[in-house]
Design a protein. Sequence first.
Length: 262
Amino acid sequence: MSNLIRFFGTSAAAPSLKRGFACIGLVEEEKHRSSREENIVLLDCGDGSIRKIMETKTSCLSISDILITHFHSDHLSGLAQVIESMDIQKRTRELNVFGPKGLEEYFAQIQRTTCIASKRKFIINVSELDTGTKGVKVSDHKVSTFEMQHTISCLGYRIENSDFVLAYTGDTEPCVEVLNLSEGADLLIHEATFLQKDIDKARSSKHSTPLEAAGDAEKSGTRNLVLTHINDNYETEEGIVSECKTIYPMVRVARDGLEIPL
Ligand SMILES: [Zn+2]
Ligand SMILES: [Zn+2]
C-alpha cells in the first residue's frame, strides 16, 4: 500500500483555463501484479471536479469519502455532478460525505430540487462535523477538524494514519488553529490566494499569502508545504515560490494533475 496526493483542481475562486476549482485526492494505492487498485478520500469538490477527475484517468467509483471544508461554490458545487456520475456508472458501495454544519440541509435541498441520482443503488451517508472533532474514522484514516478563519465557517482537516500526517486548510487567513492543524505534519496543503503586495485584499477576503503559509509551515514544524487555491491570472508559480522559499525551502505550488507521494 502506498499513499499519494493527486491534485485534481487547484484554482482560487477566480476562473482559470489551466486550473479547475478546489478538488484534491488522498489516494491509497494498492499494486497487484496486473492491475492498480485505488481508494480515494476527496478533499473538496468544486464545480467541474468530475471532469478534472476524469482527466487524470481516475475513476469516480474509487472515491469512498468526500470531506468538504466550506460551502463556497469553488469548494462544493461539483458534489452533485460527482454523485450523478457515480450513479451512471452503477455504483453500489456506500459513499460518505463529511462537512460543516448545514451540510445535511444543503444536501437534502439539492436532492429535493434536482433529484440527483434519484434511482441510485448506493447509500450516501451525510455527516456534519463540529470544529474540534477528534479522530473520526474515514477510510483507513483518523480525521480531526480545526476552525479556520474565513468569511464563512470553514473546517481545516488533519488526516492521520500509521504512515503519515496530512493537513489541509481549505480557505483561511492566518490563525493559531492553522498551527494546531499542521503541527508536525508530513505535508501541509495551504491556500495561497494573494501575494504579499495585496495583503489588504487577503485580509478583507480572509485568505492567506504564500509568505504567511510558509510562516505557518515553519512555525508548526511541517515537513513539506504545497500551496494551492492559486490565482494564476495574477502570478506565476515562480513568483509565488520566490516570495516565500527563503523562510521555508520545502515549498512547491500545486497544479492540476500533480501527484505527490506521502
Ligand atoms: Zn475558495
Ligand atoms: Zn472560500
